[in-house]
Design a protein around this ligand. Structure first.
Ligand code: DAH
Length: 354
């Protein structure tokens, strides 16, 4: 067969193969087979030297024309296939807006913080403001300025975490030489506020406190308290009772009863503990309230004149009351949770209920 006919046949074959290529990869294979380094048409171009001189012009023209036609057909088919492939990939990655979305795992406010905020809101509503004090505190503010005697058992190493223990001046009464500890109560904020603010004082102070206790159903080595302090002219025990009865009803509900029991705290005189009636047996006596029908929720009393002495407030002119409540205890008593440790174990099945 003459070269010209061979090339014409190659053209028909190639154009058919281009048309039949199903994707851009197959098309590229066709191109390499014809126009690549060792492609069939390239072979003819390279072999021109061997073509007899009288045929060379015609063969050359034909081969070039075929190359042009093949290149054109390749470009056209490539554009077609690329567009189809783009459309297919867009279809494949399209978002189905009718599918239900994935639910975001949002956290919830922790019960301890929620109760602390709820109690704070009640006092803010009564016109109190919030005071802050350090968790790493001096023995002076945690004990001495609160009228705790030098040999008070809670000052001991067995009950308190000491950060700096200068045991040579054990339990000093001197402010500047004080040991440093993790506060065991929020009460030192009372002493700090009385030192830095003039009466009338109406504050609460929520925060963390620390004690050397092993965690058990009713103890945690770290927990939260809310301290309260009022100092003003003419404040009486009646104001203390009225305020705390109102707050207890706000926290626990109108149907829960409260009672005041005489007690002792170094920084208040007289002092009392407040109980709320048991939410499980409603005062009958059950395991939760250890058969008494009552649950202790806070300590309180009238500020001791000795405490005014440390702070430089005139006890002849002013009087006041103070109280301190445990937030974890109140949370458990409100929701009848039998074990304080459940609040800090981080079990989401428990925490999500609140
Ligand atoms: N700080 C006491 C405690 O941790 C609680 C307390 C009792 C606070 C009487 C007071 C108070 O302000 O007046 O046990």
């Amino acid at each position: 067969m003459a070269i010209v006919e061979e090339v014409a046949a190659l053209k028909d074959e190639t154009l058919a193969a281009i048309e039949a290529a199903a994707d851009t990869a197959a098309l590229e294979q066709v191109r390499v087979g014809v126009l690549g380094k060792s492609g069939s048409l390239t072979g003819y171009l390279r072999g021109m030297g061997k073509v007899p001189p009288e045929e060379r012009a015609e063969v050359g023209k034909t081969v070039n024309a075929v190359r042009g036609a093949v290149e054109e057909a390749l470009a056209a088919r490539k554009a077609e296939l690329a567009a189809a492939e783009l459309a297919a990939s867009m279809d494949a990655s399209a978002v189905d807006v009718t599918l239900p979305g994935r639910v975001q795992q949002l956290g919830t406010r922790h019960l301890i913080n929620r109760i602390a905020d709820e109690i704070s809101e009640i006092f803010l509503g009564l016109g109190y403001s919030i005071a802050k004090g350090p968790e790493v505190e001096t023995e002076y503010y945690n004990f001495t300025a609160l009228n705790a005697p030098a040999d008070h058992p809670s000052r001991g190493l067995a009950d308190t975490f000491y950060v700096v223990d200068r045991s040579e001046n054990a339990h000093t009464h001197v402010k500047g030489e004080s040991d440093v500890l993790l506060r065991t109560q929020t009460s030192p904020v009372q002493a700090r506020v009385m030192e830095s603010q003039k009466p009338p004082i109406y504050i609460i102070s929520p925060g963390k406190v620390y004690r050397r206790d092993v965690a058990d159903p009713s103890h945690l080595p770290q927990f939260h308290q809310i301290e309260g302090l009022v100092v003003d002219e003419g404040i009486t025990f009646g104001d203390l009772k009225g305020t705390l009865e109102y707050v207890c009803k706000q926290i626990f509900g109108e149907e829960r009863k409260t009672r005041f029991r005489a007690h002792y705290f170094p920084f208040t005189e007289p002092s009392a503990e407040v109980d709320v009636s048991c939410g499980i047996c409603h005062g009958e006596g059950c395991r939760f309230c250890k058969g008494t029908g009552w649950l202790e929720i806070l300590g309180c009393g009238m500020v001791d004149p000795n405490v005014y002495g440390y702070a430089g407030i005139d006890p002849e002119k002013y009087s006041g009351f103070a109280f301190g409540m445990g937030v974890e205890r109140i949370a458990c008593l409100k929701y009848n949770v039998p074990d304080l440790r459940m609040l800090v174990e981080g079990d989401m099945r428990f925490l999500r209920q609140f």
